[in-house]
Design a binder for this molecule. Structure first.
Ligand code: UDP
Ligand code: MG
Length: 326
């Protein structure tokens, strides 16, 4: 029977994990696949890890990984996917915003021959109008700027085939914008639509500051358009400055210079200063990312792990992702 692993990153999800687990297995038990679940504790401060351990202890098809600290969802997801050895993997949030009931549909598309089956939300309930607006604005901007089309209104909830997993495991960049990476690997991709539900319990880990950083991450990881924007703005400003300079020169030669022009001087100085700072900032963003990549640090460390199917008790190990690289 083909094997399916469900990968669930969780950070401080103790309130919802047990409910999630029950609902997930309610769905998995209806599939004619060999299923298991891999939880990743992304350095939670509450008793998420204790719950994961008890779930894993109760069922050999359940595994759990504990990262050495909070690395953020993108890395937690990567850690999980690195440890999957199955014909397909489903990535799902622990907070029940991604309905597990959709998994059979994802599986059906996979069996129809698709490598990446992503779930696209047709509505966002339980989120404020402003959050919705920023999300829409972000996806549209990505669409315009990004080198690969990132499907709009799509989270990380999706199914990946074995070869898609293998491709993904070869992308070891430190700045991980998973939605973009999923799209970047290519292969046959398709969407399944669903209604996004409000979070069942617990709190979202996102605030606008984190979302803004995430947006910058997404854009800079998949597009160098902002760098080009700086170039183009610089060029336009130079052309304008040249023409304006010419005008000033000609005027001074024809009519002499009675020393006015303070306002126009200020405008030009401030305008160019602003553009220069902006361009420096954009370059800085890319330079910073370059720096992070060049350090070549491992993506994560694992503090404890108990993979699905491993009955031999909890193995405690501190190793890097490099040992898992395929
Ligand atoms: N998550 C994680 N590490 C983090 C933040 C979040 O593993 O640092 C997990 C979280 O437990 C949940 C999923 O990522 O399973 C999505 O997080 P959240 O619900 O906060 O995001 P939202 O649904 O609001 O986009
Ligand atoms: Mg959520």
């Amino acid at each position: 029977m083909p094997k399916l692993t469900v990968v669930v990153p969780a950070y401080n999800e103790s309130e919802v994990l047990a409910i999630f687990h029950k609902r997930l297995w309610g769905v998995l038990n209806t599939l004619s696949l060999q299923c298991d679940v891999l939880y990743i504790d992304d350095g939670s401060a509450d008793d998420t890890w204790a719950i994961m351990q008890s779930l894993a202890a109760a069922d050999a098809r359940v595994g759990a990984l504990k990262l050495s600290r909070n690395f953020g969802k993108e890395i937690a997801l990567t850690a999980g996917l690195d440890h999957v050895d199955a014909d397909a993997a489903v990535v799902i949030d622990a907070d029940l915003q991604d309905p597990p009931e959709l998994i059979p549909e994802l599986v059906a598309q996979w069996q129809a021959g698709y490598d990446v089956v992503y779930a696209t939300r047709s509505a966002r309930t339980g989120e404020s109008g402003f959050k919705r607006f920023t999300a829409v604005a972000f996806y549209r901007t990505m669409e315009v700027l990004s080198d690969v089309p990132v499907p709009r209104d799509t989270g990380d909830f999706r199914l990946l085939s074995r070869r898609a997993l293998k491709a993904l495991s070869q992308l070891r960049e430190r700045q991980r914008f998973m939605k973009g990476l999923f799209a970047w690997i290519g292969y046959r991709q398709t969407a399944v639509r669903y209604l996004r539900e409000p979070r069942q319990a617990g709190k979202t880990k996102w605030n606008y500051w984190r979302l803004a950083q995430f947006a910058i991450e997404g854009i800079t990881s998949f597009s160098s358009a902002p760098l080009r924007l700086a170039t183009w703005t610089g060029m336009a400003a130079s052309v304008f400055a040249f023409l304006f300079g010419l005008k000033v020169l000609v005027k001074a030669m024809l009519h002499g210079d009675p020393v006015p022009g303070y306002p126009s001087l200020m405008v030009v100085v401030l305008f160019l200063g602003g553009i220069q700072l902006l361009a420096l900032g954009v370059i800085g963003e890319y330079l910073g990312r370059n720096y992070a990549e060049s350090k070549q640090r491992p993506l994560y460390f694992i503090e404890e792990e108990r993979l699905p199917g491993h009955d031999a008790g909890v193995s405690s190990a501190l190793h890097t992702d490099a040992t898992r690289r395929r």
